[in-house]
Design a protein around this ligand. Structure first.
Ligand code: CA
Length: 225
């Protein structure tokens, strides 16, 4: 899952980048409202974390403009403590949720996960393909009841595939959601990680679930019964 963080305070921006990256998210960080709009419209982010006080355009303007342009990506706004009118205004301009500064990182993570669950209505909490299950909240992955240990990046890749079962995802689509701006043009990174993932979830199991679709990309699918 790929996130855009819009925050002009270098300390908070670095803290968010590091923490979210460690959780396996692909993270891009921008420091002003104009860049925020440019980035948000140019890459398929899964969620946006948006500060209100920003240079060039503030968070309200950014949010309103993105919604006006039809962008439906979930937005979490960071507001100053106690500023009730900020929260109301944020929700009115099209933000999906807000979090008061200063915040605990664990709470931010929980809010982000909630936003990522939201877009697909009735998306099950537990993702399942054949005998493979992935729980986005506890981050547990099991195949045939056996727990499988994944790195954060492998987990992120598997989660993306499992959110689109049976659907072919191109290397570019995968890279755009699993890696940030600095990495996604290194095209073979996707193939390398798919290989890692296969070793863990397909080797030693039947049937194979991750399929290469020549010239198109990858998909995860269990054969029909
Ligand atoms: Ca700020």
């Amino acid at each position: 899952m790929r996130l855009l963080v819009v925050e002009d305070e270098p300390g908070i921006a670095a803290f968010l980048r590091q923490g979210l990256t460690e959780e396996g998210y692909a993270v891009d960080v921008v420091g002003d409202g104009e860049r925020a709009i440019e980035f948000a419209l140019s890459a398929p982010y899964d969620a946006i974390i948006l500060d209100i006080l920003l240079p060039k355009k503030d968070g309200f303007q950014v949010c309103a403009e993105l919604r006006r342009r039809g962008l439906r990506t979930p937005i979490l706004m960071l507001t100053a403590r106690g500023a009730v009118e900020d929260r109301v205004r944020g929700l009115d301009t099209g933000a999906d949720d807000y979090l008061m500064k200063p915040f605990a990182f664990a709470e931010l993570l929980a809010r982000v996960r909630a936003l990522l669950r939201r877009p697909a209505v009735a998306l099950p909490t537990l993702l399942q393909v054949g005998d493979l299950t992935l729980d986005p909240v506890t981050r547990r992955v099991e195949r045939a009841g056996r727990p499988i240990e994944l790195t954060p990046r492998e987990f992120s890749l598997l989660e993306l595939l499992m959110r689109h079962p049976g659907q072919v995802l191109s290397r570019t689509q995968i890279a755009e959601h699993v890696w940030n701006y600095n990495f996604f043009h290194q095209s073979n990174v996707v193939d390398v990680y798919v290989r890692y993932l296969r070793r863990k979830i397909d080797d030693g199991f039947q049937p194979r679930l991750i399929h290469t679709v020549r010239g198109a990309g990858y998909k995860i699918e269990a054969p029909r019964q």
